[in-house]
Ligand binder design. Sequence first.
Ligand code: DX5
Ligand code: ZN
Length: 217
Amino acid sequence: MTDKILVAPSILSADFARMGEECESLEACGADYIHFDVMDGNFVDTITFGPAMCKALRSHTRLPIDVHLMVENPIKYIIPFADAGADIITIHAEADKHIHRTLQHIRAQGLKCGVVLNPASPIELVKWVLEDCDMLLLMSVNPGAGGQSFIPGVLDKIAQADAFATAHGLSFDIEVDGGINPDTAAMCREMGANVLVAGNSIFKAADRAEMIRKIRG
Ligand code: DX5
Ligand code: ZN
């Protein structure tokens, strides 16, 4: 786990016609990661973008690209995203019958790997793979769209994950995604989260750099 709090703006809320410039702006505004939301119209209803967009954006930013795969059978997309320049890939526990195998496959490409839990999914679902994860991503909204309200039940799950990491001497990052603004970010940091994803709050802000600073706390 990094000691610093990291902010990962989600380009799901960006202007899709100007994605390159949007990534450049986020880097200039002090973002730590580019959060890249991939939706397949199957695991969630929406369809967003895939490896070709990741490859196109690679030349517009030096920031790590944090790929959040909201897709069924994510193992099919690991090599394409590794080839496209992704740095971190997270997969949903609910979308893959063999998460341990997929996590190993991500690491075998030299990338960081992580597992994601929907708001309703218990930490027990992934406890025994956390030693093989660089990151645990806890959804604080139901995946599929930006601009939803933060679900407070995630706070207890953050605390459980943090306690599990301490008890087992693990150091995975705890990332939270959905409805993050300066207030909900503070609550998540307090419970032990260290990577905060934010879409709407950053892209709607008059001053993106200031919003990133406020979320970082
Ligand atoms: C939801 C996505 C999130 C979302 C965050 O399915 O994974 O990354 O875009 O957007 P906000 O911050 O607007 O809730
Ligand atoms: Zn996301």
